[in-house]
Design a protein around this ligand. Structure first.
Ligand SMILES: [Zn+2]
Length: 353
């Protein structure tokens, strides 16, 4: 079975109760005799935890979050968090670029009962990653979320506590980074592995004038499966989108057969592994059959069958997400065509970056 052992100064900890981690990095084994405390792991023009320290090839300890005073975030000056705590990838990307060997991220709220339940549930489930991830250079260094208790064991020789350090950073808005000497930490991981296969399904309708350009239309045909003894069939999420793909494919094929061919080529692609972390889409992006430079858009459909509280009265709506993010034209085209033909209410509530 799985072995994941972390020891600090001879103490060992238990997975879930004291620490947890996400999918996305390989099993790792290391020992270290010093680690670097790097505040919140932020490297911003206004504030940097890396001013006076080097984390290259070091094990790094950081706090999840960003400096705050009262209810205001120091970096933004208001109650909106900055990109550093809004998206955890920013901190990990920074640590990766600075060459950190491994990262411990302390969650000050680790012991809240609701977190404990979520974490232990999450840790009891197997994780699924693409096989190609095993060697991927885009991987982050191994990173573990830990409890304040574990962080204080890492800090022991320094005589400081994680609570004091956080308070001091927040109060002064000055980095408190330093190297912790005389600590012994080791991590040993050996997770059981099992190879499973899954397929994306591809249906190609060739275009005319612009046949080298491809529009992809996707929906995921996997669902979460069984939860204890309850079967989740996924009729809405995303059987509804998958069926829509079949209808769309049939419509385009019929149009072509009846003398109305389309200019661009269309790739209809039900993908798998979405619920495991967009794995089917990731696989296609890494192994595209048609060059991504010529792929002008991917229209993804998920959950056509859902009607939420906000639209109980007028159910003729769709949430549009991302049409203005990568494309300069898609947003306009979508609105124009909708005004002319479908006349759905376009709701942009979830279209945030
Ligand atoms: Zn879905």
């Amino acid at each position: 079975s799985d072995t994941v052992q972390i020891t600090i100064n001879g103490n060992s900890y238990s997975k879930g109760k004291d620490f947890y981690f996400y999918r996305g990095f390989n099993d790792t084994n290391f020992t270290a005799n010093s680690i670097v405390f790097a505040g919140y792991g932020i490297d911003d023009e206004k504030y940097s935890d890396f001013e006076n320290i080097n984390v290259k090839n070091k094990v790094v300890l950081i706090i999840k979050g960003e400096p705050k005073k009262k209810n205001k975030y120091r970096l933004t000056g208001n109650d909106e968090p900055s990109r550093w705590s809004k998206n955890w990838r920013n901190v990990l990307e920074t640590l990766k670029q600075k060459g950190a060997a491994a990262v411990f991220i302390v969650r000050m709220d680790y012991d809240l009962p609701e977190n404990q339940i979520r974490i232990s549930h999450y840790m009891s489930k197997p994780v699924t990653v693409l096989e190609s991830n095993q060697n991927s250079k885009s991987q982050f260094p191994p990173y573990f979320y830990i409890s304040p208790r574990m962080a204080n064991d890492l800090l022991f020789s320094s005589g400081k506590t994680i609570q004091e350090l956080q308070k001091s950073i927040d109060k002064k808005f000055k980095p408190q980074s330093f190297e912790i000497e005389n600590v012994s930490v080791s991590v040993k991981m050996n997770r059981k592995k099992e190879i499973k296969t899954a397929e994306n399904i591809l249906g190609y309708i060739e275009g005319t004038d612009k046949k080298d350009e491809v529009v992809i239309i996707t929906a995921h045909y996997d669902h979460i499966g069984k939860h204890d003894t309850v079967v989740y069939n996924g009729a809405d999420d995303d059987g509804s989108g998958t069926v829509a793909l079949l209808e769309i494919a049939a419509a385009f094929k019929r149009a072509k057969d009846e003398g109305y061919p389309i200019k661009r080529s269309i790739l209809i692609m039900p993908v798998s592994g979405e619920e495991k972390g967009l794995l089917g889409s990731q696989y296609y992006s890494e192994n595209p059959l048609f060059p991504l430079e010529n792929t002008v858009a991917d229209i993804n459909i998920d959950m056509i069958g859902r009607i939420d509280e906000a639209h109980k009265k007028d159910t003729n709506y769709v949430y549009v997400i991302g049409s203005d993010m990568l494309s300069s034209e898609l947003h306009k085209i979508n609105e124009q065509v909708n005004n002319q033909y479908t006349k759905l209410k376009l709701d942009y509530t979830y279209n945030s970056k």
